[in-house]
Design a protein around this ligand. Structure first.
Ligand code: S3P
Length: 447
């Protein structure tokens, strides 16, 4: 596994996707991004050797792995998707002389902030232009209340975390439902004196809670409150990472929008706090079947079958959003082909992802001939029978790029999607998997 090329990809690339075609076949997608990050971080904080199978070897997860190496964690990739990590407890991390480069990865920066808040040294975290624009105040505030000190540029990276040992345990009421903020607080809470509790306005993905138990740490619950006890020792664990539902979603949606197609994505995580995309697609009329349901460690998984058919527009409300947050761009492609109107509200969080995803989707869909109305917190669009072709700007956002690649299946002319290099942040090998299912996609290197 190369660790040199984690950040700052050299040249760019475009996707050129021929119009039409249909997806067909049984595929697998790489391991879950959220779970891969957490396996590295908890393995680093645990005592003993942890083993991660089906690790997602993407730019984002490699940024976390590199950062942990700089903090003194020994990690030996056997094969690329098979990582052995030797942790010695949070008290044995050491200062890094170098800045930790998180690249494009908000999860790396926010979760590492939680770990570093409890360390008796200062660490600087930085990232690419997109990450420097994303709000970090949401982790700075609670971690500062626990005793860490942050230097930032107006709540943005680069961040310097001046950790404190031990941190002070507190109760936190989170203003936004964010698994990244929740996880940062829990990782800090493990290094606090006493019990740290938090409450979210709505449930977000619960991979950290599940995985903490696998590492032998009890997660405390009291109604809507969630807590960890400072000083709890984590014991090394073996984690098998399920396929990433967020990556599978592109193919599930690609199949759903083409009547007569059938795609099965094997061994995908179907955690109830992640599977909003399946519920929303079903509400739009898609036919989805779960086969071979099983448990992969603490996470439910299944093979997911989708048959293409006729979709209709739906209302997507604030309560639906956290459980489908990363799949909403691809869902907007499906909505733009569905009969009638789709309204998405309560999704202002999409404006502070790797790009302003509401703006990027509105611009791309409009250029494909879709009537779109924008709101501060959402979009309203009316389905069309077919997309026009042409050029789309992915805004350097992996999920925008992959969403529009699927749009080509129902376009009249080819699509050129600009600036797709960051697809490697979450889904290395996307182009090959797409081609294997029948999408006529070419990657064109650009300067
Ligand atoms: C993630 C949580 C989500 C999601 C991101 C990964 C995680 O972000 O959008 O891709 O792994 O915790 P927020 O927690 O900020 O909503």
């Amino acid at each position: 596994m190369s660790t040199a090329a984690v950040v700052g990809n050299a040249g760019g690339c475009d996707f050129v996707v021929q119009a039409g075609g249909r997806l067909q076949g049984r595929i697998r997608v790489p391991g879950d991004k959220s779970i891969s990050h957490r396996a590295l971080l908890l393995g680093a904080m645990a005592h003993g050797e942890s083993h991660i199978s089906n690790f997602l070897e993407s730019q984002d997860c490699l940024a976390t792995l590199n950062a942990l190496r700089l903090l003194g964690v020994r990690a030996s990739p056997g094969q690329a998707r098979d990582v052995h990590l030797r942790g010695a407890g949070p008290e044995n991390l050491h200062a890094s002389a170098r800045t930790l480069d998180c690249g494009n990865s908000g999860t790396s920066m926010r979760l590492l902030s939680g770990v570093l808040a409890g360390q008796p040294f200062a660490t600087t975290l930085d990232g690419d232009a997109s990450l420097r624009r994303r709000p970090m105040q949401r982790v700075i505030e609670p971690l500062t209340q626990m005793g860490a000190r942050f230097e930032s540029t107006d709540g943005h990276a680069p961040l310097t975390v001046h950790g404190r040992r031990p941190l002070t345990a507190r109760r936190h009421e989170l203003p936004v439902a964010s698994a990244q903020v929740k996880s940062a607080i829990m990782l800090a809470g493990l290094q606090a004196s006493g019990e740290t509790w938090l409450r979210e306005p709505a449930p977000s993905r619960d991979h950290t809670e599940r995985m903490l138990q696998t590492f032998g740490c009890r997660v405390l619950r009291d109604g809507p409150w969630l807590g960890v006890r400072g000083g709890s020792e984590l014991q090394a664990a073996d984690i098998t990472v399920p396929g990433d539902l967020s990556s599978a979603a592109f193919f599930l949606i690609g199949a759903a929008i083409c009547p007569g197609t059938r795609v099965v994505v094997e061994s995908v995580g179907i955690n109830p706090t992640r599977e909003g995309v399946l519920r929303l697609l079903r509400r739009m009329g898609a036919e989805i079947h779960l086969q071979n349901p099983r448990e992969l460690g603490a996470e439910p998984a299944a093979d997911i079958e989708v048959q293409g058919g006729h979709l209709h527009g739906i209302e997507i409300a604030a309560a639906d959003v956290p459980l489908a947050i990363d799949e909403l761009p691809a869902l907007m492609v499906a909505a733009a082909l569905a009969q009638g109107r789709t309204t998405l509200r309560g999704a202002a969080e999409l404006r502070v992802k790797e790009s302003d995803r509401l703006a990027a989707m509105a611009a791309g869909l409009r250029s494909l001939g879709v009537p779109v109305e924008s709101f501060d917190d959402g979009l309203q669009l009316t389905g069309v029978g077919e997309f026009k072709g042409g050029e789309i700007d992915s805004c350097g956002d992996h999920r925008i790029a992959m969403s529009f690649a699927m749009a080509a299946l129902r376009a009249a002319k080819p699509l050129r999607i600009r600036n797709c290099r960051n697809v490697d942040t979450s889904f290395p090998g996307f182009a090959a998997v797409a081609r294997s299912t029948g999408l006529d996609l070419r990657v064109e290197e650009t300067a």
